[in-house]
Structures are given as C-alpha cells and as structure tokens.
Design a protein around this ligand. Sequence first.
Ligand SMILES: [Zn+2]
Length: 99
Amino acid sequence: MNAPRHFTERVAKPGAIIVKVDYPFAIERLDDTYRVIDGRTDALVKETDSLSSAAGTLGMEAKRVRQAAKTRRRPCIRCTKTFFSEGSHHRTCDTCRHI
Ligand SMILES: [Zn+2]
C-alpha cells in the first residue's frame, strides 16, 4: 500500500515497511515483528509477532482517538446544565438520562 509520507519518513525504522495506517496510528513490519506506532509522538503502542493482533490494537486506538475528538461540553437539552457529551447523539446529561 502507499502509506502517507508522514509515516514512511518519520515513523518507520530503517528497513521497516508500513503495512497499515489508521490515522494517527500505523503498523510497521520489520522482519517478523509488527509494531503499532502513534504517529503524533512516534511512541510505540504495541509490539507483536501477530499482524491480526496489531491490527486489532490499531483499530481500537484509532477509534478511541476519533471518539475523544467528538467529546465536548454541551448543554443538556432537558435541564440545560453543561455536561461532557460524547457526540451529536448524546444530548442529555447522566441525571436526565436516568429519569
Ligand atoms: Zn440534564
């Protein structure tokens, strides 16, 4: 696959190839080892000999980052109190949700 330039030049170790990208994470392969890398910091998230295990971690971490990006303070549509909303589907605060 054609990995974005950011990952091919900054993250990959010499001799490693990028096998999968789910921004901001990538999987690089070097010999029989797969490494999940956080492209924002070049931090190693996971090192494994299993591509499917690395792919699972890549997917979960990328989903967590996307979800966190949607989280923000919003007013509850019932009581108008401000709360941390997980996204456009989440418009009532915990108190009002359980009434
Ligand atoms: Zn409320």
